[in-house]
Design a protein. Structure first.
Length: 511
């Protein structure tokens, strides 16, 4: 490896930025806002639908409009962060997200709500990769990086469950509109703090011309993929539009790969994803999120419909999972990341989460929260927190500073696509199992059809959770097999483009 690679711009010494820990506060706050928004609106959806007169057929667009814009524009957002500078992209993303949230809270029609959600997704696609790439270029010392990504990983993993709690509170005690308005103070504080505190390392921008064909192909391909899974959930996998979306997505994304391999300044340099470690992380993270998103949905329905919990009580029921994620990320992951290779945190982490899922396959109408759901959630949280933390750090480590934005965008893309697949796939499995159960049992229970419906619903959840167990086992296998980077040294992590394995074999050059 050359001296030039060792002295890559952005690989600053630990003492290079005295404000980096203050900056982490505002980056974490922004990340919490984005992750909260993925679940907080779900709680408010029934009330918003009634107030705005949104039909049952159109209500999915409150979620879908956000998912399409966010998932489709992530790579573009990451590249813009590399081009403009991460701090500028971060502050602009926050300002836009706040404005879109205010518009959503003030919505008077369904169309206005859908437009606000799409705008939230678009600015979120700029904000999320900028936040992660700022961490990647500001925290380069191995031990400091472990702490910073421990905090970030806990928020990325546990924020969705916090969103269920906050959404329940705001909907039950104030008004559904506050699930949007609450983003405004978050964004304003984070933007002001970031503007005055963040000092982005010099020389890390990618000033190459924008790859317009790559932007168009990746955006359309990802939108088609996310919409295909979203539509499959409501219209079935054999629906003509669903199938055409999947076919179109494959064609567009293959064309994108061909274009990226040939253009001089690609939107997504293939070196970012073909690295063995990063490829393994993107794949295993996406699979883990498939299981997680389906679980949030099933447990929310189970607690509210089967157990009769209020939105607030349902939210609080997820607290053990949040506590487990924070513990796994900030205690287990952070303490061990500089001592053991990442695969020995990610692989076992996904297995522990899978064990929690395995417990939930025993779900019944009368299941006890204390003896079944509580231990399952703790195991899920501990496992996911332990696995997420090194994954987030390693996905952006060893990347050239000019590629930090798109590498970060790929982390978010794998999560977003995983979420879309998880919701559609596991929902379809659950619905099919429920229908089959009710059909087989309804004839012999004419006096108690409602009970059979509930039993069928829980049976469906159990069937889908079995698939989630298998998916987490596969994520663990991929982490063990693909992620072969050694433990980071205690010195400065070097930003280079030659792969993580090389990075850990070279001495650190003082700056």
């Amino acid at each position: 490896m050359s001296d030039t690679a060792l002295k890559a711009p952005g690989a600053v010494a630990p003492s290079g930025d005295a404000n980096r820990w203050k900056a982490l506060v505002f980056i974490a706050l922004a990340q919490l806002m984005v992750v909260l928004d993925a679940t907080i609106v779900n709680i408010a959806l029934p009330s918003a639908q009634q107030d705005l007169g949104i039909s049952d057929g159109n209500k999915q667009w409150v979620v879908t409009a956000y998912a399409l814009a966010f998932g489709g524009l992530l790579l573009f957002g990451g590249r813009i962060a590399d081009l403009w500078g991460r701090k500028r992209a971060f502050v602009l993303g926050l300002a836009g997200f706040a404005a879109a949230s205010a518009l959503g809270g003030a919505a008077t029609t369904g169309g206005m709500m859908f437009g606000a959600r799409a705008l939230q997704g678009a600015f979120g696609a700029l904000l999320a990769p900028a936040a992660l790439s700022l961490l990647a270029v500001m925290f380069t010392d191995a031990k400091e990086r472990a702490k910073a990504f421990g905090i970030y990983g806990a928020i990325a993993g546990g924020g969705g469950a916090v969103g269920l709690i906050l959404g329940g509170f705001l909907t039950e005690y104030l008004d559904w509109r506050w699930t949007f308005f609450v983003n405004v103070p978050f964004a304003v504080v984070a933007a002001i703090g970031a503007y005055f505190v963040i000092r982005e390392p010099q020389g890390g921008r990618n000033r190459s011309p924008l790859d317009i064909p790559g932007v168009i192909l990746s955006t359309l391909g990802l939108v088609a993929l996310v919409y295909g899974f979203t539509r499959a959930e409501s219209n079935g996998w054999s629906d003509a539009v669903t199938v055409s979306m999947f076919v179109g997505s494959v064609v567009l994304l293959l064309a994108f790969v061909v274009v990226e391999s040939r253009v001089k300044a690609p939107l997504l340099p293939l070196r970012v994803v073909t690295d063995r470690n990063r490829g393994g992380i993107y794949l295993s993270l996406g699979l883990a999120i498939i299981g997680m998103f389906g679980l949030f949905l099933f447990l929310t329905y189970y607690l509210q419909i089967v157990k009769g919990y209020s939105p607030v009580k349902s939210g609080f029921a997820f607290l053990p999972m949040v506590a487990g994620m924070i513990t796994g990320s900030t205690q287990i992951g952070t303490r061990l990341m500089t001592r053991v290779p990442a695969r020995f945190l990610m692989g076992p982490g996904f297995l522990v989460a899978g064990l929690g899922m395995l417990l939930l396959t025993q779900l019944e109408i009368g299941s006890s929260y204390a003896t079944l759901l509580l231990p399952a959630m703790v195991l899920l949280g501990l496992g996911m927190g332990t696995a997420f933390m090194p994954a987030m750090s390693l996905a952006t480590q060893g990347v050239e500073p000019r590629d930090a934005g798109v590498a970060s965008a790929m982390v978010n893309t794998s999560q977003q696509v995983g979420g879309a697949i998880g919701t559609a796939l596991l929902n379809t499995i659950a619905a099919s199992a429920t229908t089959s159960y009710v059909k087989d049992h309804i004839a012999g229970a004419a006096a108690k059809p409602q009970l059979v419906q509930l039993q069928g619903m829980v049976h469906g959840y159990s069937a889908a959770i079995w698939f989630a167990v298998g998916i987490l086992a596969l994520a663990s296998l991929i982490a063990f097999t693909f992620v072969n980077a050694g433990k980071p040294g205690s010195g400065t992590a070097v930003a280079s483009g030659e792969g993580l394995e090389d990075e850990f074999k070279v001495p650190v050059v003082a700056h």
